[in-house]
Design a protein around this ligand. Sequence first.
Ligand code: PRT
Ligand code: ZN
Length: 212
Amino acid sequence: MSKLKIAIQKSGRLSEKSLELLKECGIKFPNGGGKLIAESKNFPIEVLFLRDDDVTKYVEQQVADIGIVGENVYLEANLPVKVLEYLGFGSCRLSLAVSKEVDYTGITYFEGKKIATSYPFILEKYLKQQGVNASIEFISGSVEIAPSIGLANGVCDIVSSGSTLMSNGLKEVDKVLDSQAVLISNQALGEEKQVLLDKLLFRIKSVLNAKE
Ligand code: PRT
Ligand code: ZN
């Protein structure tokens, strides 16, 4: 009998909530800390624990059938997978920020400037929409220090409370995207897996409705 494979973040901001959602759907897993794969005893599903950056790619490549990932990460990956559901956790925004000393009057501030980000694809699209020509400096982490070390004039990064920006002497000036965790799926699941997915989706929707 076929099993559904779901990829979720191994350890990070979405991990606990992703597993919790499955539990709320009545899906039980044996407690085996540190494992990279877990199989449920009461639903034909297997969980693969991955880096969040890899979830979209593996769903697209059918290593997993479905996955849970931040919409920001899914959009940046720019791969042909489907978003099935918005899950209501992992909320954050992707925003532009500059040094708090800057006298910011609007998006044209960035014209001809350099912006550091881990989200070059989303940022490039946004800047194009806004008609702004800026150069994008890709950095994979610690983006917030870029202005103070002279690497860029501003940053485009994930913001939640805003305290990381503040402690790095930056201020949020423009929102590029609102994000939350999404359930994604491969576009070509076989019939058997589709039946399992429909069953799981029905449960997820009930759990989400009960929370509203
Ligand atoms: O190891 P792995 O690659 O799997 O994890 P990761 O470190 O890349 O991701 P992780 O766990 O930090 O975030 C996973 C997802 O959670 C992100 O892709 C977002 O969709 C979502 N999320 C929600 C956040 C935040 N809130 C958040 N605050 N992701 C990151 N942050 C970071 C942000 O980058 C910044 O450094 O927190 C800092 C800002 O927080 P505030 O509260 O100071 O504004
Ligand atoms: Zn990551």
